[in-house]
Design a protein around this ligand. Structure first.
Ligand code: CA
Length: 230
């Protein structure tokens, strides 16, 4: 699979056409017919890219885009704008969309834009925000602290690096190999046991009950899944 694409669009025929073409190109495709469903699928299923129509029932595309960015979701978003929606295009980019195509668009043009966005997203370090909040937890990446229920916990630089990676990939399975490569670098190769020990220490700071993880889940035989704010 080359990546998972979420289409948020209320024209069923357009969804079907897009699905067919994206399937052929090897993408996994999921879809939503209104803005509210689109937002929840974007948050729950961590797509690699979102095609977002502007005029949508329940919640328009601009609102969906704004809410995703407010929640620190950095997934590339390509807006699908109707012909002549000049204002919407500008607003779309201002509120954090990455690109737009105007309807009617050619499949070839859209595919090129999709590929460009996915390439860019792979290259850029997905940056974690300086402060990340969910439920009653606040991770402060600048001062190396976790604040939870009135308590403050200090973080080591390694823990900060792990948490940044987790936040940038929240909802996804992060393998121990990912962490080894990204955080330790492949020259210094600690044992997977070392990683587990660091995660164990992180759980004591971030979880209400470290024995019953609700934020950093263990995925047996794979690694971890960070679910804070997902
Ligand atoms: Ca529409």
């Amino acid at each position: 699979m080359r990546g998972k694409i979420l289409i948020v669009e209320d024209e069923k025929e357009l969804i079907n056409g897009l699905k067919l073409n994206l399937d052929l190109e090897g993408y996994e495709v999921i879809s939503a017919l209104d803005g509210a469903e689109g937002l929840s699928r974007a948050l729950a299923e961590a797509p690699d890219l979102i095609l977002l129509d502007i005029m949508l029932p329940k919640k328009d595309g601009l609102e969906v885009c704004r809410e995703l960015r407010k929640r620190n979701v950095t997934t590339p978003i390509i807006m699908l704008t109707a012909k002549g929606d000049e204002v919407d295009k500008v607003v779309g980019l201002e509120i954090g969309a990455d690109d737009y195509v105007s309807k009617p668009f050619s499949m070839r043009e859209l595919l090129a834009r999709i590929k460009a966005q996915l390439r860019r997203d792979n290259r850029k370090e997905r940056r974690a925000p300086s402060v990340y909040r969910f439920d009653d937890v606040e991770i402060d990446f600048i001062h190396f602290k976790i604040r939870r229920k009135g308590r403050v916990f200090d973080l080591t630089s390694l823990e900060v690096a792990i948490l940044k990676y987790f936040v940038a990939h929240k909802g996804e399975v992060v393998t121990r190999d990912d962490l080894l490569g990204r955080i330790w670098g492949h020259e210094k190769y600690p044992s997977t046991r070392t990683i587990d020990n660091h995660v164990l220490k992180l759980r004591k700071k971030i979880e209400d009950d470290p024995g019953e993880a609700r934020v950093i889940f263990s995925i047996y035989g794979e690694g971890y899944r960070f679910m804070g704010g997902v």
